[in-house]
Design a protein. Structure first.
Length: 151
């Protein structure tokens, strides 16, 4: 049976202690990273679209680092993007009526620019979803990853 190792980076202890979930779990050489969002170490939602995207990737990076991994080790990334009215003041207004009828993920080009700052060599598989809300008002993206580490 494989050994299960809980990964809790410094500053994320409250997630395990209060909310009872692991930022990461390593089984064998596979690292499973729970969905990370744009909150700081005080669990405050980071303001601003780009700043929240950066904070979300920085939180993924904290889990990777605590497990001895990097973004080059990530093989799968799943992203959840808040769409519609739950974006609040970050909502993107359509340029015209026909654009409004098309379902799109807001801020996707900016998200991709930020993503490319972190994934520079080995690119993971990526599935993105548009959703109505996340766990805390003001959050606009959540990133879940799986990484394969060297033995």
């Amino acid at each position: 049976m494989k050994t299960r190792e809980v990964i809790i980076p410094p500053g994320m202890e409250v997630l395990y202690e209060k909310y009872h979930y692991c930022p990461g779990i390593k089984v064998g050489n596979t690292l499973y990273i729970s969905g990370q969002v744009g909150r700081d170490e005080n669990l405050q939602v980071v303001e601003g679209t780009e700043a929240q995207f950066v904070q979300t990737f920085e939180n993924v990076k904290k889990v990777l680092t605590a497990a001895g991994a990097t973004f080059d080790d990530v093989v799968e990334m799943i992203t959840y993007h808040v769409t519609g009215v739950n974006l609040g003041n970050l909502q993107v207004q359509p340029a015209n009526a026909s654009e409004q009828q098309q379902f799109t993920i807001p801020h996707l080009p900016l998200f991709m620019q930020v993503k490319d700052r972190y994934f520079t060599n080995n690119f993971p598989t990526w599935t993105g979803f548009g959703i109505s809300a996340l766990s805390t008002p003001g959050l606009i993206v959540e990133i879940k990853c799986t990484a394969i580490l060297e033995n």
